[in-house]
Design a protein. Structure first.
Length: 116
């Protein structure tokens, strides 16, 4: 059973994003999630970024569960299935917002220069 912010994951809306959350479950099959209960809390960001964080946490948690409580061979199978489908299920995107600097409106833009 997977709960998201205290409510079952089946109640998450909109429906398109709910299917995005279910990708790890659909890829691996419900039988791999049989002995696992997950409670996920998410806040901040927008709906889409939260959904990508949720699906990544589900995939990473299942790989960690298989590493600790099941054998190494089945963990490798699970990891290979997930990476073959979408690498972002296990590997985070390291890009972050660059901080603003002086001399302009943003991180890279500069105020217009006048020579006269």
């Amino acid at each position: 059973m997977i709960k998201l912010n205290g409510s079952p994951i089946e109640l998450f809306n909109p429906e398109i994003l709910r299917f995005k959350i279910f990708e790890p479950v659909l890829l691996l099959g419900k039988h791999r999630f049989a002995g696992v209960d997950m409670r996920i809390r998410v806040k901040g960001g927008g709906h889409t970024s939260q959904v990508y964080a949720i699906r990544q946490s589900i995939a990473k948690a299942l790989v960690a569960f298989y590493q600790k409580y099941v054998d190494e061979q089945s963990k490798k199978e699970v990891k290979d299935i997930l990476i073959r489908y979408d690498r972002t299920l296990l590997v985070a995107d390291p890009r972050r917002c660059e901080p603003k600097k002086f001399g302009g409106r943003g991180a890279r833009s500069r105020f217009q220069k006048s020579y006269r």
